[in-house]
Design a binder for this molecule. Sequence first.
Ligand code: GAP
Length: 406
Amino acid sequence: LVALAKRRGFIYPGSEIYGGLAGTWDYGPFGVALKNNLKNSWWQKFVTAREDIYGVDAAILMNQKVWQASGHVTNFSDPLPSRFDLKDQKSQGRTFNTMFQTQIGAGDDAATSYLRPETAQGMFVNFKNIVDSFHPKLPFGIAQIGKAFRNEIAPRDFLFRVREFEQMEIEYFVRPEDWEKFFEYWRKEMSDWLTDIGLSSGQIQELEVPEGERAHYSKRTIDFEFAFPFGRKELCGLAYRADFDLKNHSDVSAVDLSYYNEETKERLMPHVIEPTFGLDRLILALLVKAYSEDELGGEPRIVLKLPARLAPVKVAVFPLLANKLTLVAKARAVFDDLKANTYNLVATFDDNGNIGKRYRRQDEIGTPWCVTIDFQTLEDDTVTIRDRDTGQQERVKIDELIKRLV
Ligand code: GAP
């Protein structure tokens, strides 16, 4: 899978020409397309289609006090593995803070801060801004998609554990007494979206995280686990953060982040339910699930059986022969028409190599449909449309092509 992802322009090792940089990966053209499709699906379901969730895009760099108030400076640590202890007896039992520290500004004025280890804090610090601008009624949420960074001691397993990754998170603010109801509600919403993107409940297992293993801010956590080739591991999670963040930010910033209900004239500190998704882990799960090796017409092939609406390319258009100008011109016309008349449908033109090679290339990218313009097309304006998974071809009228593909 790693080899295919590189060969076909999905994911490359970070800084590759310099021997790489552990825990970093670069997304190539098809990787970006897949990632954007996934982000759009998430944003559409959890922000655009709802009236109670507000999208933000906060700065990655934040005032260092944010990370003191959030507990990350004190608590966001992993135990150092024993190989460090051998070299340094004093490090026995020592922990290592996984936030990347950085200096902001120059010289004596420089201030220490951190690359954010979760997008969540960008939403908590904007809680008051959202309330002041939009006056939402409880419950309501803030959502964000963005980069997060963790100086993982042992990055591994391709995109699974990396040092720079993307999160898609929602902080959902509720009345304290309603937390259990909304925890269950979000558990179902998360599971529904995972099903929407093709990771159905059969492959996802929910795990109640016991006390002592939960993050410092969480009073209850459920991990959604996926069966990766290297074991069943956390894909995304749901946490009940109570009023941990708003309360601590109120205390440290001295800005009151409580919520005032105009109707009942009561003031309260909302509690938070947090659904969180790791984008890179979702990409990995989707690729793992999609990757198959089978035989088609007696030929072995690799095929990415990605859901059609997430596939980087939806349709590839081929002239049967690259050296027949009439076929190429007709194929170009069909391709231009598809591009101009379809919303959100990514089409590609391919006349490189023979038809078999082009099918193989598109199968490896996960393109659900290939359309071929042949000699019959020139006579009756029909084309063949080939299905990625079955290899079956059907003749359809060019006029009906768009309807078949969207
Ligand atoms: N705001 C809550 C939070 O950050 P988390 O469980 O620490 O919770 C959320 O992280 C998600 O981010 C995880 O479920 C996982 O998908 C992803 N994630 C965390 N660390 C990661 C890493 N080192 N590499 C890739 N993804 C990671």
